[in-house]
Each structure stands twice: as structure tokens, then as C-alpha cells.
Design a protein around this ligand. Structure first.
Ligand SMILES: [Zn+2]
Length: 258
């Protein structure tokens, strides 16, 4: 990772659509992926990378599902895409209430929707786009989640995935598994990623070139791992986004447990 100076970077924010400034606070490894927060809309680098691709591809009438809701990205995209759906994955009612209160404070008077990405509540082939950021690495059965994204998208619909992605890594490195009873087995020292509204969340996978292959196998074509970089848009370092188009027909359902 190239050295990144701390401080303000001026540019145009694709998420809120105007001139802004982005505050660079490099991580220990020099990465700005989780940084460069827009002064106007609060979105960080990876959120702008996905938002730019999404807003280039869909019109304001598009029905889009974003796998987060109590976030700056949801608030910003909702202004551009009135038919945006968001959700959070949390079993605890008090957490959903806390997230809903956060939404209300930001002018969105609705309860947070709960969704499990491996069993979505959306009907078949109804959505124009699905965008998911830093969720899949926390999903033990990520292949099932990919099949669900394919199921709910219309043929030709767009999938945008942003995860910690290493194009130099072969396949997918699985760090932990979970059985039907919910018992987690660690295959490697556990890694937890920060969750802004709670403690850390266990990371099940490190994704390499096996992720685009898994996306294609789930019912997508034109699968591309894109290093999104545009210094003038507050993205001085590449942010990896997997972009794919839902195929006309889907593969047969996988047997249970696969
Ligand atoms: Zn912005």
C-alpha cells in the first residue's frame, strides 16, 4: 500500500453530488479504504467507490437493495434513489430500535428492516440492482448469499460487491466455519472487524480470485473485479469492487448444505 498523507483532500463527491472535502486518516497499513469521509454526506472511500458505479448504471426510478440501512451511504443514496431498500442483520430488537432511532434523527422515520442475506425476504427477479459492502466476509455461507442476490435481481440486474479483496490471493481463504447449531470452529486465529454500532464482527473469509468465480457460479455474467480509483472524486487509492450482471437463467438450486 502506497504511503498516504493524513489531511484534507478536495474533490467532487459522487455520493452527494457536489464539491466537498475528504478527511484522510490512513490505517496502520496506509490504507484509506475506511477513511476519506466526505465532509458533506459522511460517506467513506469504499462507499463512494460503490455509489459511483451504481449511480452511473441505474436511473432514479431503479429499485435497489443495499445491505445496510443505519449508514451514511443509505441516507445519501436514498436522496438519489427514492426506491432504495436498506436492511441490517441483527437479531436483537434493542439494536434495531437503536438503529431506527439513528435513522429518525437523520430524517428517515422508519423502522430498520432486518434481512439475512442467505434468506432474503424479497421476491424473485424484482430488483434492478443489489449493492453490498463489507458484509460477505462475515457470512459463513457466502455462496448462498450470492445465489440469493441472483434470485432477487431481474435478468440483466446489477450486482456490486465491496469486500476486503486481495487479487493476489488464490481462491478464498476460510478463517472459520459455523455448523447448524451455530457453533463456530476457528481454522485460523479469529479476526474481528469493527462494527460502528456494537462490538467486533467475526470475519469468516478472506477473498481472493475465488470470489469472482463464486459470483459467476451463482448466476452472474460479465463478472469483473474493478480497482476503482479517481483522486478527483476522493479515491486516491484503488478500492476493489466486484461488478456483475445477473444472467438470463439461474443455475439449479444447490443441494442442502452446499
Ligand atoms: Zn459526499
Amino acid at each position: 500500500m502506497s504511503a498516504a498523507p493524513a489531511g484534507w483532500l478536495a474533490g467532487r463527491c459522487v455520493t452527494c453530488g457536489g464539491a466537498s472535502r475528504f478527511l484522510a486518516v490512513p490505517a496502520a497499513d496506509g490504507s484509506l479504504r475506511e477513511s476519506l469521509r466526505c465532509e458533506a454526506c459522511g460517506c467513506i472511500a469504499r462507499q463512494r467507490a460503490v455509489a459511483g458505479l451504481l449511480l452511473d448504471a441505474v436511473g432514479p426510478g431503479a429499485e435497489v437493495y443495499l445491505t445496510e440501512q443505519a449508514s451514511a451511504l443509505y441516507l445519501a443514496l436514498r436522496r438519489r434513489l427514492p426506491r432504495l431498500h436498506g436492511s441490517e442483520w441483527t437479531a436483537a430488537a434493542w439494536q434495531r430500535l437503536r438503529m431506527s432511532a439513528w435513522l429518525w434523527r437523520h430524517g428517515v422515520p422508519r423502522l430498520v428492516r432486518r434481512e439475512d442475506v442467505t434468506a432474503l425476504g424479497f421476491g424473485d427477479a424484482g430488483l434492478d440492482a443489489v449493492a453490498s459492502l463489507d458484509v460477505l466476509e462475515h457470512v459463513s455461507d457466502y455462496r448462498r448469499a450470492l445465489r440469493e442476490f441472483a434470485r432477487v435481481l431481474r435478468p440483466g440486474g446489477l450486482l456490486l460487491l465491496c469486500v476486503p479483496y486481495d487479487p493476489a490471493l488464490a481462491g478464498v481463504d476460510t478463517l472459520a466455519t459455523v455448523d447448524a447449531a451455530g457453533t463456530v470452529t476457528h481454522l485460523r486465529p479469529p479476526e474481528y472487524h469493527g462494527d460502528p454500532l456494537g462490538g467486533g464482527v467475526l470475519c469468516f473469509h478472506r477473498f481472493g480470485d475465488g470470489l469472482p468465480e463464486a459470483v459467476a457460479a451463482a448466476g452472474f455474467e460479465d463478472v469483473e473485479a474493478m480497482p476503482v480509483r479517481d483522486a478527483a472524486a476522493g479515491l486516491p487509492q484503488p478500492v476493489w469492487v466486484i461488478r456483475a450482471v445477473r444472467s438470463r437463467s439461474l443455475p439449479p438450486p444447490a443441494p442442502p448444505g452446499r
